[in-house]
Design a protein around this ligand. Structure first.
Ligand code: GLC
Ligand code: MG
Length: 608
C-alpha cells in the first residue's frame, strides 16, 4: 500500500476513534461496567461454524464469525463447554477442565480466539461446570481406584446388596435429572457414586476442601488466559443434603401426574438442590474473581449462574454489599412462566416478578432460550419473534440471546434415529422423545443458502440443518430490505442509549390487558415500548399511560409484520398496533441523536 494512503487511513482511524469517543461521552455521562446492560450471546460451539469441515463446529469457526457478532451489537460471547469431553452429555461431561476438546481445536486455537476477541472488542465468557466431571476425568479414575488423596473427590457410599438378586440397592430414592436412579454401582470400587445427570457425569464432592480448591484453580487457569467471566452450570445441584452420620435422606414423592417413577420430577427435590452451602461457594468464587481482577489490574470478571430456582432463592445468589455473589443468576421467568397462550399480563408479571424482588443496586437480566430449551419462536409463536427480541433488548439490565434468536429460528424436527441428546434417548420412547429432546434447538447455525447452510462443507453435519435454511439465514436477512436480523441490530444500537442503559422502568397493561407497554426514562431522554400480545389490532393511547408524553412520537423500529416504517410519526394518543406486534417509540430529539450516531458508524465502516 502506498505510504500516503497508509498515513491517510491511520489519520482517519484516529479521527473516527475520537468522534466515537466524543459521541459516546455525550450519550453517557455515566461510566459503568459493560455487563450492567450487557448484550450477551450464547454460542453452542458444535453448531456455530465448522472450519475444518468435519460437520461439527469449532474454535476457528467461531473466530471467523466474531465480526458478525460485533456487528450484531453483542458485548459478550458465552461459549457452551469447549473442554475435553467424551460427549456423553455433549461437552457438559468434562474429562479435563484445563484442555480443549480435540473436535474444537487446541489451547493454541483458544489463545487465538481470545486475541481476536480482544482485537475487535468482544468479551469472552466460558461455561464453568463445577457440579460434576466426566467419569473419564483423571480424578474420577483415581477416586474409583481409591488412590490416596482422591478417595473423597466424588460422593461414594456402600450400598446394601439384595440377597435374592445379588444386585446392589441404590443408596436412597434420588433420581437423575435424566431419569433413573442417581446412584451407579462401580465394580472397581465396589461402591456406588452419585450422579445428578447421566452416570458418566459423577458429582464432585464439595464437602472435600481439596475439590473446592481444585475448582478454584480451574477458574484461575482460565482467568490467567484472559477470559472475562463465567457462566456457571447447574449451580443448584452443587451440594446434597447430608445427615450428621454421613447418610443421605430420601426425597418425598411429588405425585406429579406428568412424571413416572423413574423421572426426577417424581420427587420433591429438597435434598438434591438449593442446599444452603451453595450460596457461600458462589460468594467465594466471586471473591476470587474480584481479587484476581484487582491484583492483576484487569477489568472485573463477570459471574452469571444457571439456576431455574424460584425467584426468592435466586435473589440470594446476588449476595450483598459486604459479600457480593453472582453479578446475576439467569432470569428464566420468561421461560418458566410462559407458553403459546401467554397473555400480556403473564409477560408483565414475569418481568415484574424479577424487578420487584431484586435487591437494589443489582443487575436484572432476561433470557428467552438456550441450548436446553425448545426455541422461543416455536414455544411462543414465530409471529412473536421480533416482539420478544424487542422485549429483552429494551428492559433494564443484561440481555442474553441464544444463537439464532436474532434470526427468529424455530425448532428443527429430528427423527428418533437422528436424536442424540441423552435426555431424549433415555426416554426409550420413539413417539414422545421430542418433547424432552434438546436437539431441536442445537442444530447448525444457518449462515447462507449454500450446502449445509454455509455451516460446513462436510457431507453431513452432526445434527441436520433446518429445512427452512434457504430463507432463514444470515445472508438472506442481511440482504433483505427489512428482516428479523435488521430489527435486532436496530435494537442493539438503541440499547446503548442512556434511557436503556440507566433509565427507570414503568410498566402498564392496557387495551383489555392485551397490550403491555413501558416507558424507559433517563433525565430528558425516554422511549416507550408497546407490545401487543393479543391476536387483534389495538389502538393504544400512549399519552394516557405515562406522564409527559409529547403529542407526536417517532417509531424507531417495530416487528417485521407491523406495516409501520421506521421513522414514521405517530399520534401518541392513537398508536395502532397489530396483534403480536411490538413497537419502540422515541421522541424526535432522541431519534435525531441516534441517527447521528448511526451515521458516524456507517461512515467509519465505509472508510475503514
Ligand atoms: C446444565 C446444562 C445442560 C447440561 C446439564 C448438566 O443444565 O445447561 O445442558 O446437560 O447442566 O451439565
Ligand atoms: Mg452435586
Amino acid at each position: 500500500m502506498p505510504y500516503f494512503s497508509t498515513l491517510y487511513i491511520t489519520a482517519m482511524h484516529q479521527f473516527i476513534k475520537i468522534l466515537l469517543a466524543v459521541s459516546a461521552f455525550c450519550c453517557a455521562a455515566h461510566s459503568y461496567e459493560w455487563y450492567e446492560s450487557g448484550n450477551f450471546y450464547q454460542i453452542y460451539p458444535r453448531s456455530f461454524m465448522d472450519s475444518d469441515n468435519d460437520g461439527i463446529g469449532d474454535l476457528q469457526g467461531i473466530k471467523s464469525k466474531l465480526q458478525y457478532l460485533k456487528d450484531l451489537g453483542i458485548d459478550g460471547v458465552w461459549l457452551s463447554p469447549i473442554y475435553k469431553s467424551p460427549d456423553a452429555d455433549f461437552g457438559y461431561d468434562i474429562s479435563d477442565f484445563r484442555d480443549i476438546h480435540s473436535l474444537f481445536g487446541n489451547l493454541g486455537d483458544f489463545d487465538q480466539l481470545i486475541a481476536e476477541c480482544n482485537r475487535i472488542g468482544l468479551k469472552l465468557i466460558l461455561d464453568f461446570v463445577p457440579n460434576h466431571s466426566s467419569d473419564e476425568h483423571e480424578w474420577f479414575q483415581k477416586s474409583e481406584r481409591n488412590i490416596s488423596g482422591y478417595e473423597d473427590y466424588y460422593i461414594w457410599r456402600t450400598p446394601q446388596i439384595d440377597e435374592v438378586s445379588n444386585i446392589p440397592v441404590p443408596i436412597n430414592n434420588w433420581m437423575s435429572r435424566f431419569r433413573y436412579s442417581a446412584w451407579k454401582w462401580s465394580e472397581i470400587r465396589q461402591q456406588m457414586y452419585y450422579h445428578m445427570f447421566v452416570y458418566q457425569q459423577p458429582d464432585l464432592n464439595y464437602r472435600n476442601p481439596k475439590v473446592v480448591q481444585e475448582m478454584k484453580d480451574v477458574l484461575k487457569f482460565w482467568m490467567d488466559k484472559g477470559v472475562d467471566g463465567f457462566r456457571v452450570d447447574a449451580i443448584r445441584t452443587l451440594f446434597e443434603k447430608m445427615n450428621p452420620d454421613g447418610s443421605f435422606p430420601g426425597e418425598p414423592r411429588s405425585y406429579d401426574p406428568n412424571c413416572d417413577q423413574y423421572d426426577h420430577c417424581s420427587l420433591i427435590n429438597i435434598c438434591t438442590r438449593d442446599q444452603p452451602e451453595t450460596y457461600d461457594m458462589v460468594y467465594q468464587w466471586r471473591n476470587l474473581m474480584d481479587d484476581f481482577a484487582t491484583k492483576n489490574k484487569v477489568g472485573s470478571k463477570v459471574l452469571m449462574l444457571e439456576s431455574y430456582a424460584d425467584v426468592d432463592l435466586n435473589m440470594i445468589y446476588y449476595g450483598n454489599a459486604t459479600t457480593p455473589g453472582a453479578h446475576f443468576p439467569f432470569n428464566f421467568e420468561l421461560i418458566k412462566n410462559t407458553n403459546i397462550n401467554s397473555t400480556a399480563e403473564d409477560f408483565k408479571s414475569a418481568v415484574d416478578l424479577w424487578l420487584d424482588n431484586m435487591p437494589a443496586g443489582h443487575i436484572a437480566n432476561w433470557v428467552l432460550g438456550n441450548h436446553d430449551q425448545h426455541r422461543i419462536a416455536s414455544r411462543l409463536g414465530v409471529e412473536r419473534g421480533d416482539l420478544l427480541n424487542i422485549l429483552i433488548q429494551t428492559l433494564p439490565g443484561a440481555a442474553i440471546t441464544y444463537q439464532g434468536e436474532e434470526l427468529v429460528m424455530t425448532n428443527v424436527h429430528l427423527s428418533w434415529n437422528d436424536t442424540v441428546d441423552p435426555k431424549a434417548c433415555n426416554t426409550n420412547d420413539p413417539v414422545n422423545y421430542e418433547k424432552l429432546s434438546r436437539d431441536p434447538a442445537r442444530t447448525p447455525f444457518p449462515w447462507d443458502d449454500s450446502k449445509n447452510a454455509g455451516f460446513s462443507k462436510a457431507d453431513s453435519t452432526w445434527l441436520p440443518v433446518g429445512d427452512d435454511y434457504k430463507t432463514v439465514n444470515v445472508k438472506a436477512q442481511e440482504a433483505a430490505a427489512n428482516s428479523h436480523l435488521k430489527i435486532f441490530k436496530k435494537l442493539t444500537t438503541i440499547r446503548k442509549e442512556s434511557m436503556f442503559r440507566f433509565g427507570n422502568y414503568t410498566g402498564i397493561l392496557s387495551n383489555n390487558d392485551n397490550v403491555y407497554s413501558y416507558k424507559r426514562q433517563h433525565e430528558n431522554e425516554f422511549a416507550v415500548v408497546v407490545l401487543n400480545f393479543g391476536k387483534s389490532q389495538e389502538v393504544v393511547d400512549v399519552s394516557s399511560l405515562f406522564t409527559s408524553i409529547p403529542s407526536k412520537l417517532k417509531v424507531y423500529t417495530s416487528s417485521l409484520e407491523s406495516a409501520i416504517a421506521d421513522g414514521e410519526i405517530v399520534d401518541a394518543s392513537k398508536v395502532t398496533v397489530k396483534g403480536n406486534i411490538g413497537l419502540v417509540l422515541l421522541n424526535s430529539s432522541t431519534m435525531a441523536k441516534v441517527n447521528l450516531i448511526l451515521l458516524i458508524f456507517s461512515i467509519s465502516f465505509l472508510i475503514l
